[in-house]
Every structure is written in C-alpha cells, then in structure tokens.
Design a protein around this ligand. Structure first.
Ligand code: FAD
Length: 288
C-alpha cells in the first residue's frame, strides 16, 4: 500500500530534531533507517503528519571504546555493530544479535536506536541490552536523561521515552576478568524475527564459580525480560550441566507468552527455557 501524505524535514543537529519534535507534537515521528516505520506507514498502521529524518545527523553514528564503557550512537547500523571489533571482543552477545537481524539490506540501513525505540516484542537487541545492563541515553528539551535498560522496555511497541525525546546513545559497561556472553535465537523463517532469542552474560570467579549471571529473553512475551529466577539460582554455584538445566527450568516463570500462527504460548515458554540454557552454556564456554 501507499503511505498517507506527510511532510518531510531533515534537521542538521540533535537539538534541531528535538525542537522539531516539540513544534510538531504528536503528529511527528523520527525517521532513522526506516525499516520498521516505513512498512508500518505503508500498511497505514502509522500515519504521521511529519517525518523528522535524523539519518543525516553525523554525530549520531559511532562506536566508542571509552575504557570500561562502550558507547554506541543511536544511528549506528546493525551492520556496523555486527562487524565492530571492540563489541565482538567485549560484548559478543550484541554483535551476535545484530548479525541475526533480517538480511543484509535491513542490517545496512536499520539502526540500534530505531530498533530499541520501536520496541518490537520480537526484536533481537532488547535481550542483549537487558542482559548487558546497558543504559539508554535519551535527549530532549531538558538535555540528557539516562534510562537503565531494565526501565526502558514497558510493553509491546512502548518504552519510557517521552514523546519529545529521542535515543541519543546506548552505553554498555564492559565486564573484566573471566567474562563471556552469547546470543542465540529461534528465528521466524520468513522475516528472521525472534520467536525466542536469549542473551546470556556470565562472569566466573577464580574458583570457576559463577559470580554474575544475566539472561535476557525476547520474542516470548509482549516485551523482552530478564530471567531473574534463573539468575538467582546460578549466583555463586559451579556451572555444571545439571545445575544449569535446573536453573533454566525457571527462565520463563511468571511470563504471559504471546501466541500467533508461528508458535503457541507453551512452545514459546519452552523455547525460553531451552535457549536460556544454550546461551548460558556458550557464555560460560567463552568465559573460560
Ligand atoms: C524484512 C525485515 C526483516 C527484519 N528482521 C528483523 C529481525 O530479524 N530482528 C530484528 O530485531 N529486527 C528486524 N527488522 C527490523 C529492523 O531491525 C529495523 O531496522 C529496526 O527495528 C528499526 O530501526 P530503523 O533505524 O529502521 O528505525 P525506523 O524504522 O526509522 O524507526 C522505528 C521507530 O523508532 C523511532 N525512532 C527511530 N530512531 C529513533 C531515535 N534515535 N530516537 C527515538 N525514536 C526513534 C521512529 O520514530 C519509529 O517509531 C526487520 C525489518 C525488516 C524490514
């Protein structure tokens, strides 16, 4: 279908983009890579009166290793994330999530800021963003606001961003010592979106016991979530196969799963338990 008529504005800076958001109010939408918004407009699920195209603001596309913290600009493409050396070495799960998104065309245009602001329940990044304890830096009329990942995703297509704010940066703390991470997913065959995706981040102490375990899961519920019960059961224990299996039986505790033509709710809950265990095994192997 053909999208509804709309105005199109190209700001040159972040402040100009925020001013335009304020001026045009609820009728305005930010356009980044366009790989979620344009399909929605063509289906008339979104009918913005005005598109503010931030795609040409140069200061928003970067990956910076700031020593202990990796900073990723909102306009950084999935391809740039997938092929970044610092991310591959220090936040493997995020690069792995990026590499599984859609196809080459989607990864060349789609951006991390657009993906997390869109908050599709089947998007790949949210699992890793949660497990990595990332911080989302929003920018609005009052300047910057830091939002912990655990507070960012509220529900299907809903985040805690204010209507006049945009995502400026994603900050990821780097774990030192014996740390490892991984992202694994069961993809929907036609689109590549996650029926279930699991991200695990693990740190081992000098005795080989788990000192930190975080598991983020996407595709299962109306928003990505942390498998907190699993994480609790793993803290301080040696990562034997039976221990992991028992802990991951609780990976989808308390979650109301989605149900559609691709997978039943029960199947999604099962996948969460299985993919949590597989992602943990991989992360532990990488932690050495
Ligand atoms: C064929 C196809 C297959 C796909 N497969 C997958 C997949 O397997 N896994 C997956 O995770 N995703 C998948 N996607 C979605 C893809 O990753 C999108 O690129 C991404 O979801 C949106 O990023 P974008 O830059 O294109 O954002 P846009 O489409 O430009 O914007 C999306 C939404 O975010 C808002 N927005 C954009 N940038 C910002 C910002 N900086 N601050 C605030 N709001 C902002 C927009 O206003 C809009 O509401 C697929 C898409 C297609 C078309």
């Amino acid at each position: 279908m053909i999208a509804h008529n709309f105005d199109y504005i190209v700001p040159n800076s972040l402040s100009e983009a925020v001013n335009l958001l304020q001026k045009h109010g609820a009728g305005a939408k930010i356009l980044a890579g366009g790989h979620s918004l344009i399909p929605m407009m063509k289906l008339r699920l979104a009918t913005p009166e005005c598109l503010i195209d931030i795609g040409r603001i140069p200061e928003l596309a970067y990956i910076k290793d700031a020593g202990g913290l990796i900073r990723i600009g909102a306009l950084t493409t999935h391809y740039a994330i997938e092929s970044s050396d610092p991310l591959r070495r220090q936040c493997t799960t995020l690069g792995e999530a990026a590499a599984t998104i859609g196809d080459v065309q989607v990864r060349n245009k789609g951006t991390i800021g657009g993906s997390i602001a869109h908050a599709d329940p089947a998007a790949d990044y949210p699992a890793s963003i949660l497990a990595l304890d990332a911080t989302i830096v929003a920018f609005g009329p009052k300047g910057e606001r830091k939002i912990p990942a655990s507070d960012f995703f509220v529900d299907m297509l809903t985040t805690t961003l204010e209507p006049n704010e945009l995502v400026r940066e994603i900050q990821i703390p780097v774990r030192g010592g014996r740390a490892g991470s991984a992202y694994l997913k069961m993809a929907q065959k036609a689109s590549g979106f996650a029926i279930c995706g699991a991200s695990a981040v693990v740190e081992l102490d000098s005795s080989g016991a788990i000192s930190h375990a975080a598991v983020g899961i996407t595709g299962v519920g109306s928003r990505a979530f942390r498998a907190s019960e699993t994480e609790k059961l793993l803290r301080g224990v040696k990562p034997a196969a039976d221990v992991l299996k028992r802990a991951c039986e609780h990976a989808s505790d308390g979650i109301i799963a989605l149900e559609d033509i691709h997978a039943s709710a029960d199947y999604r809950l099962d996948l969460a338990r299985i993919f949590a265990r597989r992602a943990l095994e991989k992360a532990i192997e990488r932690a050495g």
